[in-house]
Design a protein around this ligand. Structure first.
Ligand code: PHE
Ligand code: ZN
Length: 879
């Protein structure tokens, strides 16, 4: 625990550091319990800072062993050392060196921040403020240093020793029993990008030749025996490197690039310079153990971390308020990469689904914050969907607004001008303003104003004048700390189609060459001329802005779009809109509109007949009914998750019954002979086949049971096997469910990442008995509260992906998660705080659940000695 209560940090209070540390030499002697860290800091006063002030270095749970200034030990009166800071009272007003020795305990480090051990492997996690748990330092992203790291260990304990940069020296000690390495990273970097790894790891590798002809040694390090499972990650890395050269003109800048997979990791992965450290679930994959979705995530996250080398590392953040500068931009880049490697429309649909489920929910609740927050108490709590996903949407809008050419020039300018600096959002935007000649000051509001704008659009046809008018109105609901909102700049890509779905070639001066209209005011109108008949507007094509759209289209207009719109995203959206309307109406009023359901089912059937086989990945998306969270969000208040679940199941059964013959035929037609391949096309076929299995089971559980069992038994890959198991667990149930779950548990007994799927699936069963099941699973020998993946699988899935049970009317789900959060908070506050965010929809529940949730939250808030992480989330959630 930190001993002080965390202060609020404010963007407006930013000051440059009073000191700089151009160089640091680290000498680290690894040992399980007593790792010794000697840091030699080359310090100097910062001309941009204050003169004559004490030097205050950050620490966190540190113990000082010794300290010397310019080689001479310091008298105790000269400094003050505590667990969370080291103060040098009168530092020299000239460059000087400070040699600091600390000792840390990697084995006892359960927070997985700083230096810790994962399955015996020494590794580090320094973002955001973990370096201060290794040594005293100016642990802030605007202090850039050149690092030289010597690492020493017993050979038996850590035969492989890795650091940032290039390997410059190796040697033996004690007759070969011990060894050391020296790594040098020539690129100045902030402390959060420091990393080291030591352990018994196996390597696969290759050589990548950059566009300018330099050879880079690529390595992926995994647990010995798992090398084969790292080949997809290595391949994804090579494709990422090539793509960044081709699309963004960015070349890699060291002789070595290493990736290490570890089993205990708080997040997905980390972009440490030249030494990325990954949660092993985003590296390891084989057809037998990983699903198509896993392969897709691995590709995206490998790319994401690699792309950080330029957007994050070469150009870093001035302060943590600028987090979106690296994260939003890098998510945008990895999304573009995946879109180029796979199907762009299907990727876009996936991005928007995730955005709505996670970011819109966040924006509508007590934890809402701007893409660039202006204050924080615990920075760990700001690695959010808003910073990442909405941050990426803002970049995408910028590109839509200024066009692809100006966007590319702006990026080039940014890379050139801000290279080797710690930059701000303003620095970034200035490059695009300059490259495009546009004033982006109004656009910048997207960074500082929280909340999801609502966009209402109505159309009016004038048959006399042969004109069509679209009226737009925007408003953004209040969010914590921001009671009033201003209009934002909304790029709206749109077009008109006629009753047969053909594009209408009508004139409208205010659309740009790409069909984009920019709404900059609270309301505005567009008029199209020469429109011979009432058209159907297709608005917000490609989801050109992260807003909630309401459009006064009839179901039959939407069906026209579903069948014919030239924009695949809006085709998909049309189906979703019909389903959402129906489900919201049925949930709120209790009347399920059979005719609307029938019309939708009929349209889906026709759609499948026409193009199910041609683009199965897209078809699988079109078939998927909006999620329960999304429907809850549309309802907005007095939500009863049981009702939503029931009406959604009813619609699914209805669609399943209508589509059954066609789905059965498609399952045959799409069978893929030959060995499994994770490519997007094959994955799309499996996605549609498995969606079909799910619908067949929902429509007629008895009839589907043999199909489900047969697929489970015969599958030669995890995608199909797990899809069958999921249908058994969530839909067909019965004795078969328990039998298959037991068979799966046994079959994958030695595969923690596969068991995660098994835990998660059971945690998501929408039935009464699930909580008791989870309690029992906590006793499974494969479960551990010390492993974040296990915790997220079992408890996180329950809290975030089982709405009927988490929000059980009697409050049992809330109490269970609250207990888990307080228990976990003692060892791993960061993961505990993340779990707690599941409560962020509590105010939108009906009164009974709302009270039960409040009680559970107050119970947490009243505990003594909460971590800053959990204290911050519970405080804001209750505010
Ligand atoms: N910077 C990492 C990423 O998005 C995420 C991360 C944050 C990892 C904090 C660990 C700790 O790529
Ligand atoms: Zn990132």
């Amino acid at each position: 625990m930190r001993t002080d209560t965390p202060q609020t940090v404010r963007l407006e209070e930013y000051r440059p550091s009073d000191f700089l540390i151009p160089r640091i030499a680290l000498d680290i002697v690894l040992a399980p319990r007593e790792t010794r860290v000697r840091a030699t800091l080359s310090l100097e006063p910062n001309p941009a800072g204050r003169a004559g002030v004490p030097l205050v270095l950050d620490g966190d749970e540190l113990a000082l062993v010794s300290i010397a200034l310019d080689g001479a030990p310091l008298p105790e009166s000269a400094y003050e050392a505590g667990p969370d800071r080291l103060i040098l009272r009168e530092p020299p007003a000239r460059p000087f060196t400070l040699a600091i020795e600390t000792q840390v305990d990697p084995t006892g480090n359960t927070k997985l921040m700083g230096l810790y051990r994962s399955q015996g492997v020494y590794c580090t996690q320094c973002e955001a403020e973990g370096f201060r748990r290794i040594t005293y330092f100016l642990d802030r992203p605007d202090v850039l240093s050149v690092y030289e790291t010597r690492i020493e260990a017993a050979r038996a304990d850590a035969p492989v020793l890795l650091g940032n940069g290039n390997l410059v020296e190796t040697g033996e000690l004690a007759g070969g029993e011990r060894h050391y390495v020296v790594w040098h990273d020539p690129h100045p970097k902030p402390s959060y990008l420091f990393a080291l790894v030591g352990g018994a790891l196996a390597r696969i590798g290759s050589t990548f030749t950059t566009a300018s002809g330099r050879a880079v040694a690529l390595g992926v390090y995994v647990e010995p025996g798992k090398e084969e499972r790292a080949t997809y990650a290595l391949d994804a890395l090579e494709r990422s490197m090539r793509w960044d050269e081709r699309v963004f003109g960015r070349e890699y800048d060291l002789d070595v690039f290493n990736i290490v997979a570890v089993s205990d990791f708080n997040m997905g992965a980390m972009e440490n310079k030249g030494l990325n450290i990954f949660n092993d679930k985003y590296v390891l994959a084989s057809p037998e153990t990983a699903t198509d979705a896993d392969y897709g995530h691995i590709e995206a996250i490998i790319a994401h971390e690699y792309f950080h080398n330029w957007t994050g590392n070469r150009i870093t953040c001035r302060d943590w308020f600028q987090l979106c500068l690296k994260e939003g931009l890098t998510v945008f880049r990895d999304q573009e990469f995946s879109s180029d490697e796979r199907s762009r429309p299907v990727q876009r649909i996936g991005q928007v689904r995730a955005l709505r489920a996670r970011q819109f929910t966040e924006d509508a609740g007590p934890l809402a914050h701007p893409v660039r927050p202006s204050a924080y108490r615990e920075i760990n709590n700001f690695y959010t969907a808003t910073v990442y996903e909405k941050g990426a949407e803002v970049i995408r809008m910028l590109k839509t607004l200024i066009g692809p050419d100006a966007f590319a020039r702006g990026m080039d300018l940014f890379f050139e001008r801000c290279d080797n600096t710690a930059a701000t959002v303003e620095d970034f935007l200035a490059c695009f303003a300059e490259a495009s000649g546009r004033d982006l000051s109004a656009f910048a509001l997207w960074y500082s104003q929280a909340g999801t704008p609502r966009l209402a659009v109505t159309g009016l046809y004038d048959s006399q004048a042969q004109t069509y008018r679209l009226d737009f109105a925007q408003s953004t609901p209040a969010t914590p700390g921001q009671p009033t909102k201003a209009p934002v700049v909304v790029p709206i890509r749109l077009g008109l189609v006629d009753a047969d779905g053909a594009p209408v070639a009508a004139r409208c001066e205010r659309l740009d060459a790409h069909g984009v209209f920019v709404l900059a005011e609270a309301s505005d109108s567009l008029v199209f001329e020469n429109v011979p008949a009432p058209p159907v507007p297709s608005v917000l094509r490609g989801f050109s802005a992260p807003v909630r759209l309401s459009l006064d289209l009839s179901d039959s207009d939407l069906l026209v779009l579903l069948r014919h719109d030239e924009d695949p995203f809006n085709r998909w959206q049309a189906g979703q809109t019909i389903a959402t309307r129906l489900l919201v109406r049925a949930s709120v009023s209790g009347t399920f509109c059979e005719e609307a359901a029938e019309a939708l089912a009929g349209a889906l059937d026709a759609f499948l007949a026409a193009e199910g086989e041609a683009d199965p990945a897209f078809a699988a998306q079109v078939l998927a009914v909006p999620g329960e969270t999304e429907i809850a969000q549309e309802i907005g208040e007095n939500v009863d998750p049981d009702v939503i679940h029931r009406v959604r199941d009813r619609l699914r059964a209805r669609i399943g019954a209508r589509l059954a013959p066609r789905l059965a035929a498609l399952r045959e037609a799409l069978e893929t002979p030959g060995p499994y391949s994770p490519d997007a096309r094959s994955a799309g076929r499996r996605a549609l086949r498995n969606a079909a299995l799910d619908y067949l089971a929902v429509a007629d559980p008895e009839a589907a049971r043999p199909l489900v069992v047969a697929q489970y038994e015969a599958a030669d890959n995890m995608t199909d096997r797990f899809a069958a198991l999921s249908v058994a667990a969530l839909v067909t149930g019965g004795d078969e469910r328990e039998r298959l779950l037991a068979s799966f548990r046994q079959r994958y007994a030695g595969e923690p990442l596969v068991l995660d799927k098994w835990f998660a699936l059971q945690a998501s069963i929408p039935e009464d008995g699930t909580l008791a099941r989870i309690e029992a699973l906590r006793g499974d020998e494969a479960f551990s509260m010390a492993n974040p993946n296990r915790v997220r699988s079992l408890i996180g899935t329950f809290a975030l992906a089982n709405p009927t049970r988490f929000h059980a009317a009697d409050g049992a789900g809330y109490r269970f998660v609250a207990d888990a959060v307080t228990t976990l908070d003692r060892t791993n506050p960061q993961v505990a705080a993340r779990l707690l965010t599941a409560f962020n929809t509590w105010r939108s529940m009906e009164p009974g659940r709302r009270n039960a949730a409040r009680e559970a939250l107050v119970g947490i808030a009243e505990r003594p000695s909460l971590s800053p992480d959990v204290g911050d989330i519970v405080g804001r959630t209750l505010e």
